[in-house]
Design a protein around this ligand. Sequence first.
Ligand code: HAM
Length: 426
Amino acid sequence: MSRPSIQLIRGFKDILPGETELWQHIERTAVALFEDFGYREIRIPIIEKTELFARSIGEDTDIVEKEMYTFGDRKGDLLTLRPEATASICRSYIQHKMYAQDPVRKFYTIGPMFRRERPQKGRYRQFYQIDAEIFGVEAPYADVELIFLLRTLFERLKVTDTTAHINSLGCPACRPRFKDALADMLTAAAASLCSDCMRRKDRNPLRVLDCKAPGCRETMRSAPSILDYLCDACRSHFSTVTDMLTQLRVPFKVDKQLVRGLDYYTRTAFEIQTGALGAQSAVAGGGRYDGLVGSLGGPETPAIGFAIGLDRLAEIVSLNNPAAVRKPDLFIAALGEPARKLAYGWSTALGLAGISASMDFGDKSLKAQLKQANRLGADQVLIIGQSELDAGAVVLRDMAAQTQREIPVKAIVAALIETFCKPGAR
Ligand code: HAM
């Protein structure tokens, strides 16, 4: 009896050829934009000490409370698969004393993150983020730059159906006053809250603001606005952000109910939301975290960043762009071993010259090989069998135009390179 095949873990997925071309296109577009604006790539580990995430993202957040993949390694250290990149980048910034030479640093990173959420469309347990962070800039221009970059990237990817929501979450000087006002309001409205928010209202009342349960949403319509509680410094920071976004013609919506699922944020918080993905409306999110580097043991350093959900972005981009799979430039149909040997040498020489030549290594008939060329989408097929070898010339067939021409075997590689490297040939 054959053994059952092994399936992927729930909430994980393969990204297959046909999809990876689009992912590469998105990644290349993002990297080019970041590099143009002075960001440098950083690569951080996929596993860190659990304490790093608990201390930065916050013990009372959904991520730390119930979504982390945490395990003891063989020595008993508690380790976690990273649920996000910001904490690790801060750790690295501090560990390598990057602040010493020049505290102003701009980074980007792209890679997988892990959260044990309930899987659904647009929500996975392993998902990918494109992340950008700026360290050492307190001025609101950093906030504006990041939101501007998101807007530009989405435009370059022809994603237009999105809105930037922005809010200010205040700072340790002004947020406690807002929290108190919110907690009073929540106590008065406790009867209309869902069971999760009953718990949140004492431990993390801000999170009630973005609860999706209908009763909580209705109640929170009359919640106080944090923007009315900002101290002068936070108010002025936020108004420069909104002024500059207006000046740069970046559309945005001030959303007093926007809070983020991670505790490290201060001042500006933002999300890029879309209606294209059903319940999962956030395709990117970020904000300022001026206290985090200090609280992780580094010098007090203002910082801000964002992360784009690459899986979600790819889904949106694919709605407008059918996958662009690279087709072979040429299919070589070889018949018989001597022809195959020769053709194999040609195909590798062509590959080195940047021309992708596909061939079949089995003993298939010409008809079957032509069918295969068709399936692969090759526009040109080179046919070589014993009679072509004897005659010293092969046939190059243009499948679309239904024409063919003979090429002498002697000069074949040079002739093909010339054919395919002509401007507009591919
Ligand atoms: P976040 O809002 O938790 O922020 O995640 C950013 C984006 O990652 C979300 O907007 C969403 O598109 C995507 N995402 C999150 N969870 C999933 C999931 N389970 N499946 C698919 N996509 C998901 C952060 O992670 C912060 N570190 C962002 C940041 C950087 N803040 C400052 N710097």
